[in-house]
Unconditional design. Sequence first.
Lengths: 244, 56
Amino acid sequence: MKSWWEHPIGLIGLVMLLGAQYYGLFVTPADAMMGDVARILYVHVPSAWNGFLWLGIACLCAIAYLLSDLVAFAAAILGKPLGPGALGLVRRYLDHTLAATIEVGTLLVLVLTMQGSIFAKPTWGVWWTWDPRLTSTAVMLFTFVGVLVMRAIIPRAQVRASLSAAVTVMAAVTIPITYLSVRIWRSMHQIQTGGTDIDGSMYTAWMVNFFALILVTLWMVIRRWRIAKATWDADEAPPLPEVA
Amino acid sequence: MDDVETNTQTLLEEPASSGVVQGGWGYVWAAYGVTWLFLIGYALLLFVRSPRRGGS
């Protein structure tokens, strides 16, 4: 079952990440206003982008899973119920991907929040403030932690998959709100920066960190996907015969 | 009145702030440390939780 490319992806990502962080820490110039503290942004921004990426994919999986529920329901209404094998494998794989991407995405949002808190102290003078961006990020974090907790306490695989897909779609509302919070409300957090606003070496450090983190977290998603598959198999396995 | 004069004098004697955040490497190391702590910790957790070969 294990693919030959699984570990090389993680390894390449790891080497890229180490190289990009060395570049960001020791090669790029200090920021004109924020000084060396701005080097935190080389891990902070890629964490945010990757967190949004994986949570966005989780939302797409959830929507697809709910649509498959609708298709199965419509087929049953029309008197042509789908067999267990028709959508079963696709639905299972969607749920495994949902489980993996939500967990990795939530981990990144947690790391992002802590990095942001550390960055806030020397630049804003406080570890935390109820700024719109920080507040919406905290709400997003706790919402997705709630989805993970819900998945952990529902024992039946099919029920867990349907419910968590529905809840994930609702939780995903927090993603665009968090992203746009700096534009919708008056926020201390700076708005999104384009590549033309900063030194070329800083942009390089950002982008390489971003792609490296994609590879590292893709490796995590694949590993977590296998765990989700094993959990589903265990949940769906017939009970052991009673000993006479 | 004396207080005002004293405060004004103090402000004039203090060097003007450049507006640039000075130092801060400790915060940089803390942010990178937290990042690696969680990435490595989660990776280890995935190895611990991974299904055994030949299992379900």
